[in-house]
Design a protein. Structure first.
Length: 318
């Protein structure tokens, strides 16, 4: 990963705690790296459920005083949203470095890699190893990167661009009739539940909540959303975007075949919409999907119900 970053033109500093480091030490190491005057971005290598313990030792005030770029997904979406909420910083929901560097055994497609660099650096054309036209142009529609408005297109509405049938792992559905405006709020459903139990989950008024799961049945998703609804989590939200409900792909047989059934998903989304009292969309390249966009937290956006695209109304990085 260091070699990859250096080849991309970056300077690299390691802030790696011992594997058996106490939780408090992990929080201190994270803060130390964040406040380092030479550090402009913090890219986590991996995440685990220990992040919920680490968060309890983090002080948002000093972190807020030094904005840096932070990107994390899956369980680390908890830290991404926490930083956005309590340190009032724009962070990102996106892939971790082990999956995007050139020498990774399970490297992400160029669609994902290009999205990551274009978004966190707010420029296009960063990565030169583009393998196909749709991966170069489909995710980030902007002609002048100095302009604030950028549209992230939804590749899952353009299946002709996905040549590998195994990567068509998400369909698109919505009962949203008109475009909806709000602020991005991206977090996995499991991380949302954990933060709520800690008393550290805050969905700001006017948020469009983007959430997803991997290896959860529809019943589990329903139970989780019902619990969060009863707790009033979505009271002031504008819409819910279930970006993906997927499962592991390294098994011989699917354990959750209903997740690949568009009709079941449509019926489920209608039930969820009634439960939350909100419009619901399903299917977007974010999270545990074959194609992954990098999306900023806390940025004004507009969701288009016709094509499932998301247009950012302001730049995440200034």
């Amino acid at each position: 990963m260091k070699r990859y970053l250096v080849e991309e033109g970056f300077l690299v500093k390691d802030y790696l705690a011992p594997e058996d480091a106490p939780t408090k030490d992990l929080a201190e190491e994270f803060t130390k790296g964040w406040l380092d005057p030479d550090v402009r971005a913090v890219f986590p290598i991996c995440g685990s459920e220990k992040i919920f313990e680490v968060i309890q030792y983090l002080d948002p005030l000093p972190l807020a005083g030094k904005p840096v770029i932070f990107c994390g997904s899956s369980i680390l979406s908890a830290l991404s949203l926490w930083l956005n909420t309590y340190a009032d910083l724009v962070t990102f929901f996106g892939p971790h470095l082990p999956f995007i560097h050139s020498y990774a055994p399970q490297r992400e497609p160029e669609f994902t890699v290009q999205s990551f660099w274009s978004m966190v650096l707010w420029r296009s054309g960063r990565t030169k190893r583009i393998s196909s036209a749709h991966e170069r142009y489909n995710f980030f529609s902007v002609r002048d990167t100095s302009l604030p408005r950028v549209t992230m297109r939804n590749i899952y509405l353009q299946n002709h661009l996905i040549k590998d049938a195994k990567k068509r792992d998400v369909s698109f559905f919505t009962n949203l009739e008109d475009s909806v405006e709000g602020a991005t709020c991206c977090i996995t459903l499991g991380a949302m539940l954990a933060l709520r139990k800690m008393g550290s989950l805050e969905i700001r008024p006017g948020s469009i909540v983007f959430t997803e799961t991997m290896d959860w049945s529809l019943e589990q998703v329903w139970d989780a959303l019902n619990e969060l609804t009863q707790a009033g989590v979505f009271t002031n939200a504008k819409a819910l975007f279930l970006t993906a409900l997927t499962e592991r792909t390294d098994r011989r047989e699917l354990q959750y075949p209903e997740l690949r059934d568009p009709k079941r998903i449509q019926e489920f989304c209608k039930l969820i919409s009634s439960l939350l009292g909100l419009p619901v969309l399903y299917g977007f390249p974010l999270g545990h999907t074959a194609y992954k966009l990098t999306v900023p937290q806390g940025v004004r956006c507009t969701v288009n119900p016709i094509d499932g695209s998301v247009t950012l109304s302001e730049p995440p990085v200034k």
